[in-house]
Design a protein around this ligand. Sequence first.
Ligand SMILES: [Zn+2]
Ligand SMILES: [Zn+2]
Ligand SMILES: [Zn+2]
Length: 409
Amino acid sequence: MPVPGSPRLLVRAGLCLAALAAAVASITAAQAPSRPTASAPPLPPLSLTCPMHPDVVEARPGACPLCKMTLVPVRLDASWMCPVHAVVTEQQPGSCRLCGRSLVPVVVSLTWTCRGEVNAEFLEPGVCRDGSPRIGKRTLRPHGNHNPQHGGQFFMAPDTWHHLEGTLPRDRLFRLHVYDDYARSLPAAALAAMQGRVVTRQRFDTATRTTIEERAFPLKPSKDGKSLEAAIDRASMPSAMSVKVRFKPDAPEYRFDFTFPALTREPAAPQAASARPAARPPAGSKDPDPRTDEVDVLSTPPPGTMAEMLADLRKRRTEIDELIKKGDYGAIWVPAFQAKDLAVALEPHVSHLGVQERSNAEPALADVVRTAWLLDSVGDTGNAEQVGRAYTAFVLAVSRLLAAFEPVR
Ligand SMILES: [Zn+2]
Ligand SMILES: [Zn+2]
Ligand SMILES: [Zn+2]
């Protein structure tokens, strides 16, 4: 699968602005009143996504690797959104017209509709019944924005609706921002209904098989009602802590494991007076994103030979292991995604194997794809225990795959 078209790239990492500019130009052309001609730039490709798991995006039709539902077509593209003003969504990088912050990439779906035909929704431009051109629409995808909005660590809750961002704005203060599936902040009343605490020290008691929390601090609504806060004990860096919350009194309790390398810094917001969006360079060139390197890696097609791909798969496994040790769960998706792509790229090579190896390789490949997706999605939820279990399953699948492929090297 060609990685540069991957929407995951557009969601969270810095991205190839040139490729996106081309994609955006194609949309603009598609929306122009003139009929698209043969020379018009192509639309973003149709992808296939799961109705239940918007994070699952594949290039080919089939079933969702997580729930087996039939994938449905969607046309995904990038937009740029202000990290704190969701109403500011632009088709190009730049800065927010309200606050001057650099816009962050988000994923939108493209559809076309006709005036007066409420239920008309098309996946391509064209002409309406009344002869007028269809109108293009860009809709933020659920989970289309997994960017932290306050410089913190960002996780998705297992209910796949709530999203959390934890920050350490200063010593002894933990702050929790809570969002819905469209990255909108939760209203104050919903925040006030949450029950939670920050646990900075806990141990597992083997005799009673329970976790004993030695230091726990209640989360309470902040003065402005926009977040939850806990006055915690002094933290030395890097600092690990768990947040345990219920979104409603009768909801299950979820655990999120945060690791902060340092105190959190809010993304820079220039003075409103000096914010001149048109004159500012694109976000990517002004504010180098530390993840840009990863994107370069992602943009590289998987290495050609089978031996190289197997070596690469080993490398991804090591990278995931290192990220887990650092507590950087939110970054696991990058090597997990690459591992998944490697497994897909290895598929045609199965035909070079002997009968016995082939019967081992096929289920192993499917398991690598499935467990890589699993790692990707539990990494998003930031639960150390689940990440550990998914990693164990992934390592097992990779070992089976290597065992099936290596004899023919
Ligand atoms: Zn699914
Ligand atoms: Zn803004
Ligand atoms: Zn999400």
